[in-house]
Design a protein around this ligand. Structure first.
Ligand code: NDP
Length: 282
């Protein structure tokens, strides 16, 4: 197994099993350098979003690295002000322009019904989805997916979607394993993408993980990322530190035993529950 290994999405498209995360990676030098480093170290899947404000530098880094476009997988996400057909059409074209590419490999709705002041999530998601489908037909986007969707959001979307979502990107790590939505994803052929796979750095507070890491002569980050892969998830580790970007790729030369997988599975709830943004309404 290596960084170029892929999962098969339900639409037949292949997706690299690890993505390089870029939330809280400021546009400009930091985004440019970290993505360039990641690509040079072998990452082939970059996860960004309109809300991260860094599509521009990421597009530049991708361009300058000179890796052929068909070897790369780029994901971006429509942000919360995209709530109808025209705003979605516009936002897709703007992302393409900032990313400096002809096609987005995977386009996600970032949050369902994101703001408490905006009800009718089913209608809004369905209308935005129609513009996303049109972008697929026009060749601007290859695959469609969602993020932060709970089962009722997906139930509603499945009723109107002509092109089915292929992934659900959710908060997921050993302390917060999202069993209900992961089960739903599996039942509906949605690949689970695990965002904040290291709990935005919080996972390092779980001391029990040190024992497992020592046993394999690996770091805690490597053990946790390996756990994600063995669960069948697609983790999106973020780092702006070259040595960590590299460290997070060195997870293909060991296997966690069934016993250690079970041990990590039992760490659910080890940290305080994740706090989602106040303006998000599930
Ligand atoms: P992660 O869980 O990937 O953790 C990142 C943090 O851990 C950073 O502080 C980083 O530090 C540190 N870190 C990374 N690798 C190591 C290591 N080997 N050893 C020690 N520390 C390490 O955080 P995110 O919350 O950023 O999630 C990852 C990605 O998921 C995002 O970047 C984004 O692409 C996606 N995401 C999607 C969301 C959604 O709503 N769809 C929401 C949140 C995230 P440093 O950078 O300083 O090196």
């Amino acid at each position: 197994m290596s960084l170029t290994d892929t999962y098969n999405l339900s639409n037949g498209i292949k997706i690299p099993k690890i993505a390089f995360g870029t939330w809280q990676t400021p546009d400009g030098d930091i985004a440019y350098q970290s993505v360039k480093t990641a690509l040079e170290l072998g990452y082939r899947h970059i996860d960004t979003a309109q809300a991260y404000g860094n599509e521009n530098s990421i597009g530049q880094a991708i361009k300058d690295t000179n890796i052929s476009r068909d070897k790369l997988f780029i994901t971006t996400k429509l942000w919360n002000q995209v709530i109808d057909f025209p705003s979605a059409q516009r936002a897709i074209d703007e992302s393409l322009m900032r990313l400096k590419c002809d096609t987005i490999d995977l386009l996600l709705i970032h949050w369902p019904n994101p703001l408490a002041t905006r009800p009718n999530f089913a209608e809004r998601n369905s209308e935005v989805w129609r513009a996303m489908e049109e972008a697929v037909t026009a060749g601007k986007v290859s695959s469609l997916g969602v993020s932060n969707f709970q089962t009722h959001h997906l139930d509603a979307l499945f009723k109107t979607a002509t092109i089915k979502p292929v992934v659900n990107q959710i908060y997921c790590n050993p302390s917060d394993q999202q069993e209900e939505i992961v089960t739903y994803n599996n039942m509906h052929n949605l690949l689970t993408e695990a965002y904040s796979p290291l709990g935005t750095g919080e996972i390092f507070k779980i001391r029990a993980l040190n024992t497992i890491a020592q046993k394999y002569d690996k770091t805690v980050a490597q053990v946790v990322l390996r756990w994600h892969l063995q669960k069948g998830y697609l983790p999106l580790p973020k780092s702006v530190t070259a040595s960590r970007i590299k460290e997070n790729t060195e997870i293909f030369d060991f296997n966690l035993s069934d016993g250690d997988m079970t041990f990590i599975n039992q760490l659910h709830g080890a940290l305080l529950p994740h706090k989602f943004p106040d303006n998000v309404q599930f």
